[in-house]
Write a protein that binds this ligand. Sequence first.
Ligand SMILES: [Fe+2]
Length: 248
Amino acid sequence: MNTPDMNERVTRRNLLRNLGLGVAAFTARPLNRVMAAAGEPLHQPPTEFTLPPLPYADNALEPHLDARTMEIHYGKHHQAYVNSLNAALKGHANLLSKPIEQLLKNLNDVPEKLRTPVRNFGGGHYNHVFYWNCMKANGGGEPAGDLAKAIKKKFGSVIAFKQLFSATATRHFGSGWGWLVKNRKGDLAVVSTPNQDCPLSHGQIPLLTVDVWEHAYYLHYQNRRSDFVAAWWNVVNWDAVAAEFGRQ
Ligand SMILES: [Fe+2]
């Protein structure tokens, strides 16, 4: 059943679509411009970071990711990163008006006392937006086209890639993220990052991610992270991954 909150999100998603800002817009460079508050004229510089709408309903990824987990993960955890980022950067309009991608790519340009909050809260914000857009209802299957060719060339097969990715994400010690990235040489690589660290801060380009913080799966899977990662493949949005691969 749609809640008023959900209806608002769907409405805002339709608005973005009407503006020509589809799924790719959520992961596009001017990330925080897409996140400008509803009703704010698009030509106005954003004054704070805002939580963008989920690109699907809370229950859209069931049975693999349950609605309650999505509701709390998105509405509480992700919102908290946005709130904390805005609180940390309060009074720093020059930073609040920049795309979060730009801040994370150039952490050393952020004043030292604000670097850790941007790394943690800004990373938490960016990583979650990226994560939401790596998934869709009735996702899964296999990558296609140039992305599939690149994966097979680098990892030998799609199966071998999935095994490496799953193992990397599952075995990551503590909270963090599993990623498929393009590294500095332009090669595909599977990596994990601790806490809310973002590959952008290491000169890498994110293509696909899975959140392996316990808050991403504990309600449904408890301690069985490997079961969560195995189920997560069923909601991967390969079209979005291919779009990122082709854009970079
Ligand atoms: Fe998370």
